[in-house]
Design a protein around this ligand. Structure first.
Ligand code: CMP
Length: 139
């Protein structure tokens, strides 16, 4: 609780579909502050590290292929209880089950191509943001 930071990725499907502005706008209107923002293409090495907790899952290779398939937009957001607030705003992993009004609930019909990623805990944030951002890129 208190002021937290979290990492959000707009995944290749979200960028390809032109949803970057929509996603950022929702977080800004909520009151979250952008502390870092950039577009990049994840390398296979970055993706395997980023999703290392899923290494043994049957969908791991497809997930790495997907997240490296095109540019993503990464951001660090800051605000009160940001980790929980952002997770609520993005909705359940499976877009078909995500609540309408959430980002995935409004824009995704897939479990893999689910538009956004957000850190699920403080520990995840600490690990994830370092894969994507250098210290100089963070305000
Ligand atoms: P994300 O929140 O980025 O965390 C892990 C990602 O793996 C998830 O979003 C989905 O893109 C993907 N994922 C999770 N479960 C499955 C699944 N059962 N099949 C395919 N992809 C999945």
């Amino acid at each position: 609780m208190g002021v937290e930071r979290t990492l959000v990725l707009v995944k290749p499907d979200g960028v390809e579909r032109g949803l970057v502005g929509e996603v950022i706008s929702r977080f800004e209107r909520k009151g979250l502050k952008i502390r870092a923002l950039k577009m990049l293409k994840m390398t296979r090495e970055m993706a395997e590290e980023f999703y290392s907790v899923h290494r043994e899952k049957p969908f791991f290779n497809d997930l790495v292929e997907f997240i490296t398939s095109g540019p993503i937009v990464a951001m660090i957001l800051e605000g009160d209880s940001a980790i929980e607030v952002v997770r609520l705003m993005i909705g359940s992993t499976d877009g078909r089950k995500a609540q309408p009004g959430t980002i995935r609930g409004d824009f995704a019909l897939s479990i893999q191509n689910n538009v956004v990623h957000a850190s699920d805990s403080q520990e995840s944030f600490e690990r994830e943001y370092k894969i994507v951002f250098s210290q100089e890129e963070i305000i």
